[in-house]
Design a protein around this ligand. Structure first.
Ligand SMILES: *Cc1c(COP(=O)(O)O)cnc(C)c1O
Length: 456
């Protein structure tokens, strides 16, 4: 019998130390590439080593190179932390080690996904009949959504992509905002549709797609088309007018895919829900659980208003597979993966622990913290806030040129109190702050603002 208790106790003791230390830990990595290679790059071991020792050695060597991105003072990119319930459920997911592709390999995993999918539809204001796929992140959710869209708009035009492929198919135009996330382009590359399929639609100065520009682009021809709307511009947090986009697109038979990696979570707050007005009228949706729901990586979600089209595009039907009877969910019908982790457990636990009110409160709290960042930085007289703070994202410009702005960001990262990334907004370098962590407090915001001002 292996020594389960020994090795799991080792991991658990380290985990509790790490998590308890998060509030005081330096946020960025404290090790250089050379440091990490020096401690981790050992020759291929010839002999076995006790599991407990391997874990102890690994934790010791890796720790300095771990970015505390689940800290309440990590504001880079759009990165969530891990709530206690989601993290513990993620541990159990590894313990159970289910292959969640098929019902027969993980009945509990399948039912948990079914239930979590329904809860998510309700939380995010989507039709109750949507199908849901649990994927690695918004990249794969966009890939899945665009796959279904491409198959379906071409099927309606009399072309079966699944058998005939794209060679010789009618051309499909993909109308997407200029401020779209790069994962849309990458998904089209994977799909073989190519980025030349994209027709760029103009955005306003906040980063929202302009409906008048979409209307003109749609009017160019009446061939098959997919419109990509975005909820949550990765820089400004801007939300496309999704209801208006759906009406324009549907009036000429186009499919609407919504990339709401983080912005779709505005729907979970009664106060912010007007920002996603009309979102239920779209055809497919992307969101992340590892961003604003604060589920550990990796966890993304794709939803589709046309479950049959979803299964037709993604489903697998191979002779040796044992498929669930009617009513049993085979997860591989809803995503690009075959064998996969039972990602639903952590999502289920996260939602159950927070509840509808807890989720709304978490989303609103992050937005309030973003506003506090903007107000305190602006009040200092040493920084300018670019655009409006509509959600959880803040764009900050410091006096001086782009080089100075980039130098300030680097200095803040090195100082270690907090971590923010940089970007280019309307041609100018800027710091971007994303508040997406459940554990961020007002004190974290104040400490971070003080650190930024010190670094200036
Ligand atoms: C983060 C993000 C993505 C990519 O998400 P991953 O989870 O990293 O795959 C796509 N679209 C938007 C709008 C995002 O914010």
């Amino acid at each position: 019998m292996p020594e389960w208790k020994e090795v799991l106790d080792e991991a658990s003791q380290y985990a509790v130390r790490y998590l308890d230390g998060l509030p005081d830990r330096r946020v960025g990595s404290s090790a250089t590439l050379a440091d990490l290679r020096a401690t981790l790059d050992v020759p291929l071991p010839a002999h076995p080593q006790p599991a407990r020792e391997v874990i102890a050695d690994l934790a010791l060597a890796a720790d300095p190179g771990v970015v505390a991105s689940s800290s309440g003072r990590f504001f880079g990119f759009v990165v969530g932390g891990a709530t206690p319930a989601a993290l513990a459920a993620d541990w159990l997911t590894s313990v159970w080690d289910q292959n969640a592709g098929l019902y027969v390999l993980g009945p509990a995993a399948a039912v948990v996904e079914e239930v979590a999918g329904r809860w998510l539809a309700e939380l995010l204001g989507l039709p109750p009949t949507v199908s849901a796929g649990f994927v690695t992140g918004a990249q794969m959710a966009n890939f899945t959504g665009l796959t279904i869209a491409l198959h379906e708009v071409l099927r309606r035009a009399g072309w079966e992509v699944a058998s005939a492929g794209l060679w010789g198919a009618p051309r499909v135009r993909v109308l997407a905002g200029r401020g779209r996330h790069g994962t849309i382009d990458r998904a089209l590359r994977f799909l073989g549709a190519g980025v030349d399929a994209i027709v760029e639609v103009d955005m306003d100065d906040q980063g929202r797609m302009r409906p008048d520009a979409l209307a003109s682009a749609l009017a160019v021809d009446d061939g098959p088309a997919i419109v990509c709307a975005q909820l949550g511009n990765v820089n400004s947090g801007a939300m496309d007018p999704v209801g208006e986009i759906c009406d324009l697109a549907h009036a000429r038979g186009a499919w609407v895919h919504v990339d709401g990696a983080f912005g779709l979570w505005a729907a979970a707050s009664p106060r912010l829900r007007p920002l996603v007005d009309g979102v239920a009228r779209a055809d497919s949706w992307t969101t992340d659980a590892h961003k604003w729901l604060n589920v550990p990586y990796d966890s993304g979600l794709v939803f589709c208003a046309h479950p049959a089209a979803h299964r037709a595009a993604m489903g697998a039907r191979a002779g040796y597979l044992v498929h669930g009877a009617d009513g049993e969910r085979d997860a591989l019908d809803y995503g690009p993966e075959h064998s996969r982790r039972a990602r639903g457990f952590a999502v289920y636990a996260a939602i159950r622990a927070l509840g509808r009110e807890g989720i709304a409160e978490m989303i609103e709290r992050c937005c309030a913290h973003a506003t506090r960042f903007a107000e305190r930085l602006a009040a200092s007289g040493k920084a300018e806030i670019l655009g409006e703070v509509v959600l959880n994202q803040v764009l900050v410009r410091f006096p001086g040129d782009d080089d100075r702005n980039r130098a300030v960001i680097e200095r803040v990262q090195q100082e270690g109190t907090c971590w923010m990334s940089g970007t280019t907004w309307q041609g100018r370098a800027a710091m971007r702050i994303s508040v997406s962590n459940w554990s961020t407090t007002e004190e974290d915001v104040d400490r971070s603002v003080d650190a930024i001002l010190r670094c200036l």
